[in-house]
Design a protein around this ligand. Structure first.
Ligand SMILES: C[S@@+](CC[C@H](N)C(=O)[O-])C[C@H]1O[C@@H](n2cnc3c(N)ncnc32)[C@H](O)[C@@H]1O
Length: 110
C-alpha cells in the first residue's frame, strides 16, 4: 500500500495496514483521501440513550440527524465505489438514521 498512512494526520498508532487517530470525526475524516476506504463500520452516538455527555450533545432529534448527515457526506466521500457501510443506531432512531443514510448516493440496505 502506498501513501499509507496519510502523513497529514496525527496518528496515535499505525503499522503497514492499520492506523488509529483520536479526534473529532468531523475533523479527522476530511483529512483522509476520497474513495480510499473499503469498509466503514461506525458506532456513533445514539441520541439520548446513554447518560454520557457525548450522547446528549444535540437539543433535538433533528439536530442529531443533521449531524449524522454531516458524517454521511464524509462516509460517501471516503468509500470506494464498491465499499461497505455499517452504521449502528438505537432502536428508537434507527429508521430515521437509515433515512439520512439512504438519502445519500449509496444504498443503505446493502
Ligand atoms: C455508541 S459509543 C461507541 C462505543 C464503542 N463502540 C465501544 O464499544 O466503546 C459512541 C462513541 O462516539 C464517541 N464520539 C462522540 N462524538 C464524537 C465525535 N464528534 N467524533 C468522534 N467520536 C465521537 C463517544 O465518545 C463514544 O465513545
Amino acid at each position: 500500500m502506498t501513501d499509507w498512512p496519510p502523513t497529514d494526520i496525527e496518528w496515535m498508532w499505525s503499522d503497514e495496514a492499520n492506523a488509529v487517530a483520536c479526534g473529532d470525526c468531523l475533523s479527522v475524516m476530511p483529512q483522509l483521501p476520497e474513495s480510499s476506504v473499503d469498509l466503514i463500520l461506525t458506532d456513533p452516538p445514539y441520541y439520548k440513550v446513554k447518560g454520557e455527555a457525548w450522547d446528549r450533545q444535540w437539543a433535538t432529534p433533528e439536530k442529531f440527524l443533521a449531524w449524522v448527515g454531516q458524517l454521511c457526506a464524509q462516509w460517501y466521500r471516503l468509500l470506494k465505489p464498491n465499499g461497505s457501510l455499517y452504521v449502528f443506531a438505537s432502536p428508537k432512531m434507527a429508521a430515521r438514521v437509515e433515512c439520512v443514510v439512504g438519502s445519500g448516493s449509496i444504498s443503505s440496505s446493502g
